[in-house]
Ligand binder design. Sequence first.
Ligand code: UD1
Length: 359
Amino acid sequence: MRVLVTGGAGFIGSRVVAHLLDGGAEVRVLDRLDPGVHAVAPEVDSRAELMVGDVTDPAVVAAAVAAVDAVSHQAAKVGLGVDFGDVGAYVAANDVGTASLLTALWSRRFRGRLVLASSMVVYGEGRSRCPRHGLVSPAPRLPADMEAGSFDPPCPFTGCTARLEVAAVAEDTPADPLNVYAATKLHQEHLCRLWGREAGAATVALRYHNVYGPGMPRDTPYAGVAAIFRSALAAGQAPQVFEDGGQTRDFVHVDDVARANVLALTVPSATGAYNVASGTPHTVLDMAEALAAAMSEGTAGPGAGPRPVVTGRWRPGDVRHVVASPQRAADELGFTATVSFEQGMAELATAATRGLARG
Ligand code: UD1
């Protein structure tokens, strides 16, 4: 099998490339090696063919899709960004990039499999259980409530003040993108699905939960929380935990995510959206504590490093709890995560992180 991996030099893409190559696939990487993402030029696996270029460039992408049997579309602008002013950049990289890839596949009359890197952010505030109203999609959080230190989203039923219990989102949970990045991920999913329908090709959207592990990007407004905390601790600073630290996320190791990608590319019946998650959620404060403990262990002894600080600050566009059901991926892809939270955090404490001087 010959696979094109767009964004194959990135944090997740590079692990997808390595897993594909280890499994005997031939791999072509298309990556623009964006200096804003790669402070230091990344090393692309020498077993892969590297094409340096932008997925939004029709000539580049036409050459990239030539003679491949399957496509793994990882190239994207990720993260929450700075503010709404980033909208043009997200739309250009994610929506226009996907449209350009799909145009090239359409022109080639490609009928192979397309796997898209999507995200759990398409679910917005996810699902919760209200003791009075049952399973609900929580209402959006109001700035005034967050200012007052009330961070949990309310029940959507007017006047209901019951405390909601977080429920695991399955793939049929209605999408509700609450920031620009989330909106572009959902639009990418729609475009890929429409192409697949017209072309008669199988498409899969992998909804990654919070991916972490060796090779994470450095601390930027576009980096995930594990990378930000890792960078802070490496610089001897306390991780700044937003809200009250009770936000829930599912942290999933990058090698597990890469395995899910290989399965999505190779299991013949794989189609539609799949959560890619560990199935074991943790709060952001838990993660900060675990990483701080693991990093101080490696240096001056347990408890010696800075401890996380809960700041009460909050970011517009952040969601509160996103907890996934990994069931569909288990049943249909045969995917279950293998790296435990404890193992993964211990490894992250000492692993190299892109753009940092030292691991
Ligand atoms: C993250 C990724 C998103 C990806 C998704 C699924 C980023 C910015 N977001 O979304 O691209 O699609 O996982 O893989 O890469 N927080 C702190 N302190 C900080 C930074 C963040 O407490 O310094 C908190 C945030 O308020 C939030 C949580 O950590 O509650 C997670 O934040 P983050 O990793 O940025 O974004 P996600 O929405 O989880």
